[in-house]
Design a protein around this ligand. Sequence first.
Ligand code: ZN
Length: 154
Amino acid sequence: MTDPPNDLVSSAEGSGLADCPFCGGAAQINQIGNEHTRKRGFEVCCVTWGCKTKKRAMVLRHSLEKAREFAIAAWNRRTSDDALTSRDARIAMLEQDVIAFCAPWAVRYARDHGLPDGHLHPTHYDILERAGARMDDFTRAALSPSQPTGGETS
Ligand SMILES: [Zn+2]
């Protein structure tokens, strides 16, 4: 079994690093500290912008060369569980983005279309609810175009 050449991997290192288990991107290994620093080791991280996947191996008594082996082994050993954890984190982040972006616009849309206070267009309501927003303050407006307007104040 031979590794396919991967131009993106920092190949000067002759690294033998597997692709990022989360995004499939190239990996790069960086040294932390040196033989004379108390804190020393290696960190393997994904080079894809926005992907923060990384594995770090620090050593106290072992040589830096050992630390490099540990870091590469840790990176290559990453399981699909790790990938799922990353994916969950990414989904949670996207949900927050959806809420942050949609909520003000959904409220404004509802106001512009004369929906009562706190009512949202059902599609907007569903999107926000699906993203995990707290919907306590909102009501899913009925689709009827004859929806009375301005009927509720708080
Ligand atoms: Zn990645």
